[in-house]
Design a protein around this ligand. Structure first.
Ligand code: SBR
Ligand code: ZN
Length: 248
């Protein structure tokens, strides 16, 4: 099966060998240039109903730490914004760098953030399963939230506590940022970052790249477990796409 990663040999610059769509026309992430975005007054505010969300598990899939939700109904969903109907929350995960710097996937005029949270939703009105939606052009909606280093509390555990005060956003048609890189994502990227504690962002979560969730990752010389870091794809060509802003 296709082994891909973020290293020299198997990283983003090699993904096109196994996933030619990597050079497609709506790839993600992108560099968002605010002066080149278009304010669209017809864009509705996004509405998040995360209150009844039921997280099911947390796992390390070798590429990120993923918190999965049970997606049997639309209790936990995102609506409004550029979306035609409700999209159901499936999972959220993070992308980060090493030592608390440059870990975000989207950038804003070249500025990188320490990390980026992705809340992944699927179009349950049109598709029966996440897998089916993940391959359809209007199948997914991913809410991207930048994480900046500072101190902040992290009480409770509704994804709502992971959101900034303002829901001002940019939106554009894009793709999964990891293989299979399906061009199936309506991206909604919040402008305002959330602040998480330096110690949390400074040190990437202690996860290994071989899928184990060790209590502490040991840095073994030569092979064995490697600390998972820099699991971000660099910005991809815009190829004429318009990035719309929900704010002036
Ligand atoms: C495409 C899927 C695996 N990939 C993702 O789910 C995914 C989601 C979000 C992003 S990002 N970084 O753009 O937000 C990247 C990858 C495999 N898959 C196919 C069927 C299926 C069913 C359940 C679970 C996974 C499944
Ligand atoms: Zn992601």
């Amino acid at each position: 099966c296709h082994q891909w990663g973020y290293g020299e040999e198997d990283g983003p610059s090699a993904w096109h060998n196994d996933y030619p769509i990597a050079q497609g026309n709506r790839q993600s992430p992108i560099d968002i240039v605010p002066t080149e975005t278009v304010y669209d007054a017809s864009l509705a505010p996004i509405m998040l109903s995360y209150d009844l969300c039921t997280s099911v598990n947390i796992s390390n899939n070798g590429h990120s730490v993923v918190v999965e939700f049970d997606d049997v109904d639309d209790r936990t969903a995102i609506r409004g914004g550029p979306l035609e109907n409700a999209y159901r929350l499936k999972q959220f995960h993070f992308h980060w760098g090493g030592k608390g710097c440059h870990g975000s996937e989207h950038t804003v005029s070249g500025k990188t953030y320490a990390s980026e949270l992705h809340l992944v939703h699927w179009n349950s009105a049109k598709y029966k399963t996440f897998g089916e939606a993940a391959a359809a052009p209007d199948g997914l909606a991913v809410l991207g939230v930048f994480l900046e280093g500072s101190t902040a509390d992290f009480r409770g555990f509704s994804p709502k506590c992971l959101l900034p005060n303002s829901l001002n956003y940019w939106t554009y048609p894009g793709s999964l940022t990891t293989p299979p890189l399906h061009e199936s994502v309506t991206w909604i990227v919040l402008k305002e970052p959330i602040l998480v504690s330096e110690k949390q962002v400074g040190k990437p979560p202690a996860v290994a790249t071989d899928g184990e969730v060790p209590n502490a990752v040991v840095q073994r010389r030569g092979g064995g477990q490697k600390r998972m870091e820099n699991n971000f794809r660099p910005p991809q060509p815009l190829k004429g796409r318009k990035v719309r802003a929900s704010f002036n």
